[in-house]
Design a protein around this ligand. Structure first.
Ligand code: CU
Length: 137
C-alpha cells in the first residue's frame, strides 16, 4: 500500500515537472520593483513549411525579445537581441535556457506570482500563431 502511494506520487511529480518537456515554458518570478524577467523552455514549432516568426507575446509584459547570450572578447557574458522576422524551418527545436538563447520579457504590467500561468504565443507572418502557457517559478 505504501509502495503504491509512493509510486503514484513519483509518477505525478514526473508529469508535473515541466523541465525538458517540449513546448513547456517557465517564467522567472521577480521582485515588485523589477519590470523585466525571462522565460525558458523548449519550443518545437509545429510549422509544416518554413515560416517567418514575426512576434512573441506573453500576458502581463509589454514586449518579448529573443535574446542570445554570448561571451565577448573580454570574457563577459552579453545578451544580443535577435531581430524578427526570424525564419523557422520545419522540424526545428529551440531551447531557451539561462546560459544561452532566452526570451527576455520587458515592461511588466502587473505583479506575477509563483504558480501563475501566463499565455505565451508565437506569431507568424501568415497570421497563424502557436499558443502555450508559461508557469511562473
Ligand atoms: Cu536577455
Amino acid at each position: 500500500m505504501l509502495f503504491q502511494v509512493i509510486l503514484s506520487f513519483s509518477c505525478t511529480k514526473i508529469q508535473l515537472n515541466p523541465e525538458n518537456q517540449t513546448n513547456a515554458f517557465q517564467v522567472r518570478s521577480v521582485p515588485e520593483g523589477v519590470t523585466l524577467s525571462v522565460a525558458y523552455g523548449t519550443w518545437a514549432p509545429k510549422v509544416k513549411a518554413e515560416a517567418k516568426l514575426v512576434g512573441i507575446h506573453i500576458q502581463d509584459f509589454q514586449l518579448v525579445e529573443w535574446h542570445e547570450s554570448q561571451i565577448d572578447e573580454r570574457a563577459v557574458m552579453r545578451m544580443k537581441k535577435v531581430n524578427l522576422p526570424l525564419s523557422i524551418p520545419p522540424g526545428s527545436v529551440f531551447t531557451f535556457s539561462p546560459s544561452g538563447t532566452h526570451l527576455m520579457l520587458l515592461g511588466r504590467k502587473r505583479n506575477i506570482q509563483k504558480g501563475d500561468r501566463l499565455p505565451l504565443s508565437f506569431v507568424f507572418e501568415t497570421g497563424e500563431s502557436e499558443s502555450y502557457e508559461a508557469i511562473v517559478e
